[in-house]
Design a protein around this ligand. Sequence first.
Ligand code: SF4
Length: 350
Amino acid sequence: MKISTSILNWFDIVKRDLPFRKNKNPYNIWVSEIMLQQTKVETVIPYYNNWIKKFPDVMSVAKAEEDVLLKSWEGLGYYARCRNFHKAAKILCENFNSKIPQSWNAFIGLPGVGEYTAGAVLSIAFNKPFIVLDGNVKRVMARVIGRRKLSKYNINLIKQTLKKWLDKNRPGDFNEALMELGACICTPKKPKCIGCPINTLCIAYKSGNPLNYPSYIRKKSIPNYTFVGGVIRDKDKVLIQKRNEKMLSGLWEIPNKKINSVKTSKNELENYIIKHYQLSIKIKKKLGVIKHSYSHFNMNLVLFDCIKYSGITKSQKTYKWIKKSEIKDYPFHKVNHKIFSLFKYDYWTI
Ligand code: SF4
């Protein structure tokens, strides 16, 4: 039996019942593929369902405000995916009659669409004969064809092999089946080789130690950074600002900055507020230290309760004074929700 037939037969029986597998709507599949990048299926499902309800098609995304889209994405992380999707939807409405293009070159030319997304959407939604190569597929293939290193040469070999194996009648199903195999059977640390539909063909399994394929690459430890932040109050409102830095761009946060030493945190906060808002504040007390892990650093944020002394005369920041009840109207990055849950004073009333 051909390897693709073995994989597809297995997939037809065991495939998970996922909301984005209910139909082949290219828009729905595109949304799911963007959300699934770097994110677990269980995390994606509620976000996906909510998104499709609020934004059922390309035009609804193109017309939406970025803040509204980011609010629906809040907590899913890697927010550039959402911003790029917004840009891509606008381009589709302007130049493609709101339709998702079926051509590789047109689709991959859209913001945020790389080889993986193009291959996945075009094969699953339009049955086009393109392969996909995500982390799961790389691992499965490295094991099946017995490659220890994911070098450029071996990645190329994997791609060529996939192109040979791709079922030309069911390319989308074949791609989904391989990803499913990687997610459910050929997992990184505990592959279930006995129940694997392709174990008789797998070099790693035959070697007796599939975990050697591909060989483990030690992850770099991520650095710890210290930040200072202020909950700056004006009666029943607090000051929030919109980020325009590359990381987490478009999301809202309480004013904060990275610092070198906790000892100077109060001064650094006061100087930051004066520099960006020309606003005098009085630091009342330390509220605590909030810990949060981002993908490439750990954050320790020293948080102060502050009240404003003067009004903001000039600021280059996009900012708002909001009531507690307005938190739901703005997309915040995660650490801010930890801050808000810590800050439960009566004077910040709903
Ligand atoms: S036999 Fe084991 S190592 Fe090989 S593809 Fe299947 S689960 Fe992965």
